[in-house]
Design a protein around this ligand. Structure first.
Ligand code: ATP
Length: 269
C-alpha cells in the first residue's frame, strides 16, 4: 500500500490579480521563486544562492495556499502539493519512500514547486515505535535529506505553509532549508475591498452594492470568510426569488451576519 495518494502535477491557473492585498508577500515570493528560476545565469554569475525554501505562516484562510499556487502559475512552474499528514503511513518505510518519490517527481518535472501544506503536522506524532524511532522522525530526516539535496539546484523550489510556526522543527529552518520566512496576515480594510471585488467579479451585482461599505462591515474577516460571504449572498438571492438575476446589499449584509469573522486578531505572530 502506498503511503500517499498519487501526487497530482498541475500548472495552477491563479494570477496575482486573484489575490487581494499581500503586496509585500507577492513581491517577496516572486523574488524568492520566480527570479532564481528565470534568471539563474545571473545568480550563478554573481555567485549567490537563492533561498532553497520559503515558509509561509499566518492565520488560516488568509491566502497562503492561494499565493503558492499563484507564484507557480505566474512563473509557469509545475506544482506538486501535499498536506503534511498525507506523508504518514503505518507501514514501516512507506513514509520515507513517499517523501523520496515526491522529490523525484519534482526533479523529473522541473522547473517545479513542491508545496507542503500543514508542515507543522510533521512534529506532532511523537508516539515512539518499538525501534524507538517514530514515523515523524523518519519522515523528518528524509525531508531534510531531500532539502539538503536541493542545495545546488535552482529549478525545484519548496514552499511550506503553517498556522503554527511555533510547532515547526527548528531543523527545518536552518540556512539552506526553509530559509525565507514570510508572514501572511489578515486583510485590512483596503485589502478586504479588493477581495470583495475579486469574489464578486463573477456574480452579477445590483447597483446598490458598495465594495467600500462591505469592507467596512467585515472587520476581522479573512479572505476565506469573504469568499464564503459572497457565495452565501448568492444563495440568499436565489432563496428569495428563483428569478433573481442580481445580488444586492441586502443579501450581502444577511450573509455578513451569518459568517462570523474568524477572529484572526488573536493570532500570535
Ligand atoms: P489554511 O491555513 O486554512 O490552509 P490559507 O492561508 O492557505 O489557509 P487559502 O486556502 O489560500 O488560505 O484561502 C482560502 C480561500 O479564501 C481561497 O481559495 C480564496 O478563495 C479565499 N481567499 C483568502 N485570501 C484571499 C485573498 N487575499 N484574496 C482573494 N481570495 C482570498
Amino acid at each position: 500500500p502506498s503511503a500517499m495518494r498519487e501526487v497530482i502535477l498541475e500548472v495552477p491557473k491563479v494570477n496575482w490579480e486573484d489575490v487581494g492585498g499581500q503586496k509585500e508577500v507577492k513581491a517577496q515570493l516572486m523574488e524568492a521563486v520566480e527570479w532564481p528560476q528565470k534568471h539563474h545565469e545571473a545568480f550563478n554569475r554573481i555567485g549567490t544562492r537563492p533561498p532553497t525554501g520559503v515558509l509561509l505562516f499566518g492565520p488560516p484562510g488568509c491566502s497562503k495556499t492561494l499565493m503558492a499556487r499563484a507564484v507557480a502559475s505566474e512563473a509557469g512552474l509545475n506544482f506538486l502539493a501535499v498536506k503534511g499528514p498525507e506523508l504518514f503511513s503505518k507501514w514501516v518505510g512507506e513514509s520515507e519512500k513517499a517523501v523520496r518519490s515526491l522529490f523525484a517527481k519534482a526533479r523529473a518535472n522541473a522547473p517545479s514547486i513542491v508545496f507542503f501544506d500543514e508542515i507543522d503536522s510533521l512534529a506532532v506524532t511523537r508516539g515512539k515505535e518499538s525501534d524507538g524511532v517514530s514515523v515523524s522522525d523518519r519522515v523528518m530526516s528524509q525531508l531534510l535529506v531531500e532539502l539538503d539535496g536541493l542545495h545546488q539546484r535552482v529549478n525545484v523550489t519548496v514552499i511550506a505553509a503553517t498556522n503554527r510556526p511555533d510547532k515547526i522543527d527548528p531543523a527545518l529552518l536552518r540556512p539552506g532549508r526553509f530559509d525565507r520566512l514570510l508572514y501572511v496576515g489578515p486583510p485590512n480594510e483596503v485589502d478586504r475591498e479588493e477581495i470583495f471585488r475579486i469574489h464578486l467579479q463573477k456574480i452579477p451585482c445590483g447597483s446598490d452594492v458598495s465594495l467600500k461599505e462591505l469592507a467596512e462591515l467585515t472587520d476581522g474577516s479573512t479572505g476565506a470568510d469573504i469568499s464564503l460571504i459572497c457565495r452565501e449572498a448568492a444563495v440568499a438571492a436565489i432563496e428569495e426569488s428563483l428569478d433573481a438575476s442580481v445580488i444586492t446589499m441586502k443579501h450581502l449584509k444577511m450573509a455578513i451576519k451569518q459568517i462570523q469573522p474568524s477572529e484572526v486578531q488573536s493570532y500570535q505572530k
